[in-house]
Every structure is written in C-alpha cells, then in structure tokens.
Design a protein around this ligand. Structure first.
Ligand SMILES: CC/C=C\C/C=C\C/C=C\CCCC(=O)SCCNC(=O)CCNC(=O)[C@H](O)C(C)(C)COP(=O)(O)OP(=O)(O)OC[C@H]1O[C@@H](n2cnc3c(N)ncnc32)[C@H](O)[C@@H]1OP(=O)(O)O
Ligand SMILES: Cc1cc2nc3c(=O)[nH]c(=O)nc-3n(C[C@H](O)[C@H](O)[C@H](O)COP(=O)(O)OP(=O)(O)OC[C@H]3O[C@@H](n4cnc5c(N)ncnc54)[C@H](O)[C@@H]3O)c2cc1C
Length: 676
C-alpha cells in the first residue's frame, strides 16, 4: 500500500507546480523526517500512525469544524476522542507520549477536546508528585480513562503569582482531612482545561494551612463530580468559562469549594507530607511543587515548533501554486514563492521551526534527566532547568506567533479565510505566550538566574558558573564571521553577555542610589527581559549547530547547513544593533550578514517545499482534504487549491438556502419601507 505522503513520490494527479518543486529537492524527505523526529523508527511510526488513522472513517471530521457552534464542536471532538480511545491500544504505544500527542493532533486538530489536558496536565503531576500508594490508587484508573482529570491551579484573581493563590486546604487534626475552601470570588479556579464540563477529577493546587500556618501551594487529588451521575459533588461549584480566542473544542472551566473535605491521603505526597498529628514534612527543594510546570515548559519548544511547521507547510505549498505578477518572463505569471519578500517572510520561519524542534528534543531529554535525579532525591538540576525552560518557553511561543502570522499573510486573502486553517493554528499556539507562565513573568525568572550568574562572574568566581552561562566570563575577542558558525556563536555570546552585564549593573546602580531591591528590579525589567531573550536565542542557535554537526548523511547535512546559516544570519541581523552599539560588530560585517542572508534565501528556494514536506504532516492533520470532510484546503499535498476553495464555499451552511431569514426578516422589510 502506498503511504499517503511519501517523499519524492511524484503523483500523476498532483498540481504540476508542486510536482516541479518536489523534483528540484536535493535530499530525501524521508531521511529528513528521521532527523526531525530523531530516528528512522520514530519517523516511520508517525507515518504508520497517520496511515492507520486515515483508514478509519469514524476518526475523520464529520463536518467542516469552522461551521460548527461551540456545543457542536465539543460534541464532535468528544465523539472523535472517544472513538479514538477504542482504537488507541492497537494504533500506538500507550506509554509513548509523543505518539499520543501525534495521534490526537491528527484526529482532533487544534481545537482542543475534553481530554486535552488529561494526559498532559493531570497524569504527569500525579506521576511526579504522587507516592507509589497514590499511583496504585489513581494512576491506572486515569491511564485507562476510567476517570477524567484536569489541572486546577490558576484562579480568577491569580495566575502568575502562585504564592498568592487564595484557595485553601486546611488540615483538620480531628478528622484527618483537608478542608478545601474558596473564600472569595477571586479565589475561584479559572481556566483549567477540561474542568468546565468533562472532568470528574482534578489535581487542585491550594495553599496548605496547618495550625494557621500557610505552607504555600500544594497539590491535592480531588474528585469533583459523581462518577455515575456526573453531577458536581455537594460543596462544589463548577462550570465552563465561555468561548475563547481559540481552543473552543475544550471546556476550560471554573471551580469553587465550600468547605469541601478530602482525606489526608489526597495530598500528593511523594516529596512532602502532612503527618497525622499535623507535622509538615518538607520537600527536598522549596519549589518541588512547581516541578510539573518545568515539565510542561520543557515540551513547549518542540510543540510550538510543530505548530509553526504546520502553518508553514500550508503557506509554502500554497506559495508554490499561487501565481501572481511577473518577473522577467512576461508570458507566465510567477509563483509567489519566487519573490524575495515571500522567501524572507517564510524561510527564516522554516529555519526556526527546525531550530525549535531540535532544541525541544534536547530540552525534553534534560527534563527526563532531572526527573530521574529528582526521583533519587537529587534536586540540584532544578534551578538550571527552571531558568532554561522559562526562557525557551517565552522565546519560542512569541516567535512561533510571529511565524504563523507571517504564514497567514503570505497566503494573501485566502490566508484570512478559515479555509486556510492558519487562524486556528495561530489561536492555539499563541495561547502558549500566556499559559504555563506568562512570557514576561517567565523571562524575569530567567533574568534572576542571569543576574546571579553575572554577579558570580563579577566576584571572580567564573568556575562557579554552570555550562549554560560560562560565556558570561569569557573575554571579548573580535571575531571574523567568514570563519563560520562558531564565530556567529561568539558574536552572539558577546551580545548576550554585554546585555546581561548592562542590565545587572543598572540594577546594582539603582539599588546603590537607595531604591529598594524590588523597585530597582522593576525599573530594570525591560532590560532584564532583553537579556533573557538574547541568552535564550543564543542557546537555541547552539542546539541547532550541535544537531547539524551530528548529522552524517551528506545531502541532509548540506541542506540543513543552508537552513542553519539562514538562521544564524537572520538572528544576528535581528540583534545587530546591540553589537554595533559598542563597535564589536563593524558596518562591513553587518553588510556581510545581510548578503549571506539573501544568498541563503536563494539556496533554500529549490528545497523549500521539500523542507516542509519533510515534517510529513498528513492532509488530515492539516485539515487539507475537503473530499473527506476535512476542511482546510490551502495546504493540500496535491496542491489543488482553487477548486477545493470553491467546494469549501459551497459547503457553507449559508449557501444551503438561497434566501436567508436575515433577508426576509430585516433587509427586505427595510428595502420595502424605503420604497414607500
Ligand atoms: C493540539 C493541542 C496541543 C497542545 C497545547 C494545548 C493545550 C495546553 C493548554 C494549556 C496548558 C496550560 C496549563 C497551565 O497554564 S497550568 C498553570 C501554569 N501556571 C504558571 O505557570 C504560573 C507561573 N508562575 C510561577 O511559576 C511562579 O509563580 C513563579 C513566577 C515561578 C514565581 O514563584 P515564587 O514561588 O513566587 O518564586 P520566586 O520568589 O519568584 O522565586 C524564588 C526562587 O524559586 C526559584 N523557582 C521558581 N520556580 C522554580 C521552579 N519551577 N523550579 C526551580 N526553582 C524555581 C526562582 O528561580 C527563585 O530562585 P532564586 O535563586 O532566584 O531565589
Ligand atoms: C488557553 C489557556 C489554557 C490554560 N489552561 C490552564 C490549565 O489547564 N490550568 C490552569 O491552572 N491554568 C490554565 N491557564 C491559566 C494560565 O496558566 C494563566 O493565565 C497564566 O499563568 C497567566 O497568568 P494570569 O492570567 O494571572 O496573567 P497575569 O499575571 O494577570 O498577566 C497580566 C499581565 O501582567 C503582567 N505581570 C504579571 N505579573 C508580573 C510580574 N511579576 N512582573 C511583570 N509583569 C507581570 C504579565 O506580564 C501580563 O502582561 C490557561 C490559560 C490559557 C490562556
């Protein structure tokens, strides 16, 4: 059987403009997929899963989703996710989170579903913070989906500052229970995905109170709805928070407790505990209860890189079949992909998608190391990884938003139509700037780490700096960019180091002038976030270079080197003012970077379509095949865009009748009245 999206498979019925693009590729997209996803086996597994899903009709959308109401969307996503549940054990390795993520993204798309957070935010904190006994009690049930859960931390009044969460869990010595309570409207849990209407359990984050002492945020397993009737349990108020910018197939919710009692054993107590007599047993790290957040953030680079790659697949394929305007040959209009401005819009974003995915896989591995260390009581890696993931989460979500929006604009008018599906991808991805730690707040967390590191370097203790920040103590030696990527890294290190030092010195000067520490910090906050972004962008560049260095296949290495060079020049150009400011970069070097960038665009051009084909998103995943009632048409692998756009418009519910009630009830009477 032929796979639906094999590499250079040239298919007779495809749009010849796309076929032509695929023929010019200098590499095999299957080989590239192995590099993107980590191995031949992993890439093959993705194809097999996509293929298997495409053969199960009940997993396809039954109607184009943009035409559905919110209730219908939730019903449709629930239909698909429960149908998928039946097939899952046969289709994926149930212990493989990447396979689960992939298959859900195929079947559900980007609109979310009532189980969206069950696997990513309910089970993981239970695994990380729950004891063996608690795993025994809840984990199997959760994995089998006997119960549905969510992660309820954010409140109406507080999301960023979790030390100030108002929901309380007060230990009752007499009954050996925790009493959960929502003292004010502001203290209502607000936002948790799948809480509103679907979950019957929640991991609730509440301030632990023992004998009137507040021990800060802790995690509790709480049953919120009856397992039979699904009604909220007495003492619980729960509901949906209403429509959102996107992700409307999920029921983000609110939750309030009225002195709701749970057993002592429901405090997730792998790392901390409250004993029967109320004695509090501290965790090995003050912020142990935040470990789950590091985990989610560590996965965001790869996730967001994939979101951007999906939007780019749509935009690049469409740009290769969209012809408009002329270059030299006046007898045929050009593919818009031939315009330098179009390439400049799309290709750096392709490079960033690759960069984020490569960086993401490294970060996930780092988290796994941390998790293993934490399980054996070693928490020394937590601070480094918290700082790193705080920065990465912020930079990649922001740049992914930029990249997807450029992809939309690159599709002109059709990009604005829901038929492109790009707005849905954007809406889903851009939430990442806010969820899992608002970006500015997280950049300031990384800044704390950078300031401390600069202070160590200033105190002449460079040996105490971790490998990620060792460059803060490196001497400034001018570099010749012609010598290659290492010189770019050194230039970036100089820029990042200088900004970290400048921000730290400004902070110190403010305090020396008598301003309090917190106020001084706030007065330097913009400069501090700049330092964090530069540090993170440097880190992403380094991971890109490491990955390209490790590749053996020459044809893949060559095209990825082109992509990496594009990334290096684009990134450096974007921050060049920092290095021009102190003369570390000359104007000649600036000219060199620009020329390199333009020449990289030309080098990438013949490989552009194959670089996005290499992500191997199926048409189902991109919602690109109207014939199967999948509604996005712009990024179709076969490139037949126009006739499908027409089909899409014809399928609009508005076109199922010639004269709408809006006309008979209002417009017609208005026109009739005007005639009198
Ligand atoms: C197809 C669809 C697919 C996918 C996507 C779709 C859906 C997913 C959707 C949504 C999921 C979203 C879920 C959520 O959003 S859950 C809620 C997340 N909430 C947050 O992230 C809150 C952010 N706030 C915080 O994390 C903290 O409040 C804080 C900002 C870190 C501050 O905490 P605080 O206790 O006040 O600490 P500080 O005083 O600022 O710092 C003291 C000290 O602690 C260190 N620290 C802080 N955090 C950590 C940590 N996690 N690990 C290690 N160390 C930590 C901090 O660095 C500082 O150290 P110093 O040495 O400087 O003192
Ligand atoms: C799609 C989506 C899904 C979500 N899912 C969940 C979920 O499943 N479970 C859950 O518990 N929560 C969830 N959340 C909530 C989310 O985690 C919070 O909204 C997020 O952490 C931001 O907190 P906030 O809303 O309090 O923002 P705020 O902190 O109120 O941010 C408002 C502004 O204040 C600024 N600000 C705040 N503090 C500081 C500071 N110290 N320094 C400088 N600037 C500051 C911010 O930068 C921002 O510009 C979700 C949110 C979204 C959008």
């Amino acid at each position: 059987m032929t796979m639906v999206f094999l590499n250079k498979e040239i298919r007779d019925g495809d749009n010849p403009d796309l076929t032509e693009e695929r023929k010019t590729a200098t590499f095999d997209t299957n080989k590239m997929a192995e590099v993107i996803y980590g191995s031949e086996k992993l890439a093959r597994r993705r194809r097999e899963i996509s293929q298997a899903v495409s053969l199960i009709p009940e997993l396809a959308d039954s109607k184009p989703l943009p035409f559905l109401s919110r209730n219908e969307k939730i019903l449709e996503s629930t239909r698909k996710v429960t149908a998928l549940n039946e097939h899952l054990p046969r289709l994926i390795n149930m212990n493989d989170e990447d396979e689960a993520w992939h298959i859900h993204s195929e079947v559900i798309g980007f609109e979310g579903n009532p189980l969206a957070l069950h696997h990513s935010l309910f089970i993981p904190p239970l695994v990380i913070q729950g004891s063996d006994e608690q795993h025994e009690k809840w984990l199997g049930r959760a994995k089998r989906r006997e119960i549905i859960g969510c992660y309820a931390q954010t409140e109406l009044g507080h999301g960023s500052n979790i030390r100030k969460l108002e929901t309380t869990a007060t230990y009752s010595l007499s009954t050996q229970e925790f009493i959960l309570h929502t003292p004010t409207i502001n203290a209502l849990k607000w936002w948790p995905g799948a809480l509103g209407k679907s979950s019957n359990h929640a991991v609730v984050v509440a301030s632990l109170i023992i004998k009137e002492q507040n021990y800060g945020p802790h995690l509790f397993m709480v049953q919120i709805r009856d397992e039979q009737s699904h009604e909220p349990l007495p003492g619980i108020a729960v509901g949906d928070i209403g429509p959102k910018m996107a992700f409307n197939g999920a029921d983000n919710g609110f939750l309030g407790f009225n002195n709701f009692r749970i057993p002592r054993g429901n405090l997730l107590n792998r790392h901390c505990n409250v004993e029967v007599d109320g004695t509090y047993v501290r965790p090995p790290h003050d912020k142990m209860n935040y470990a789950g957040m590091i985990r989610v953030r560590s996965r965001m680079a790869a996730e967001q890189g994939t979101f951007m790659a999906q939007a780019l697949t749509i935009a690049v394929r469409y740009s290769a079949v969209r012809r408009q305007g002329f270059l030299e040959n006046k007898s045929q209009e050009v593919k818009v992909l031939d315009y330098q401005t179009q390439q400049h819009r799309l290709f750096p974003a392709i490079a960033r998608s690759y960069a984020f995915i490569f960086c993401g896989f490294e970060t996930i591995q780092k988290y796994e190391t941390l998790q293993n260390e934490m399980n054996s009581g070693n928490v020394s890696l937590m601070a480094d990884l918290h700082a790193l993931t705080s920065g990465i989460k912020s930079v990649v979500t922001y740049q992914t938003g930029e990249g997807i929006e450029q992809a939309r604009m690159a599709c002109g008018g059709h990009g604005y139509s829901m038929a492109s599906y790009i707005s849905e991808i954007y809406g889903c991805a851009i939430g990442g700037c806010t969820y899992e730690g608002e970006n500015m707040v997280m950049l300031l967390q990384l800044a704390r780490y950078l300031v401390k590191s600069v202070e160590l370097a200033m105190r002449g203790k460079p040996g105490d700096l971790g490998p990620m920040v060792a460059y803060l103590a490196y001497p400034d030696i001018k570099v010749d960019l012609v010598t290659g990527p290492e010189a770019y890294v050194k230039m970036f290190q100089h820029i990042s180091k200088r900004q970290s030092i400048k921000a730290t010195e400004k902070f110190h000067r403010k305090m020396e002038s008598g301003v309090s520490r917190d106020e001084a910090w706030n007065q330097c906050a913009v400069e501090l976030t700049r330092a964090s972004r530069l540090h993170t962008r440097l880190y992403i560049i380094e991971t890109f270079i490491r990955r390209v260095d490790s590749i053996e296949d020459l044809s893949i290495k060559m095209v990825l080197t082109d992509l990496m060079n594009l990334h290096l020049n684009y990134e450096l150009l974007d921050v060049a003012s920092y290095a021009l400011e102190d003369g570390f970069m000359s104007s000649t070097q600036m000219g060199f970077i620009k020329n390199q960038l333009y020449s990289s665009l030309e080098k990438i051009r013949p490989n552009a379509v194959s670089l996005v084909d290499s992500f191997q998103f199926s048409d189902l995943q991109l919602r690109s095949n109207l014939l199967n009632f999948l509604f996005q048409v712009l990024g179709r692998r076969d490139g037949h865009v126009y006739q499908n756009l027409f089909e899409w418009a014809k399928s609009s519910p508005l076109n199922q009748t010639e004269v709408l009630p809006s006309v008979t009830q209002y417009l017609k009477p208005m026109m009739e009245k005007a005639k009198l």
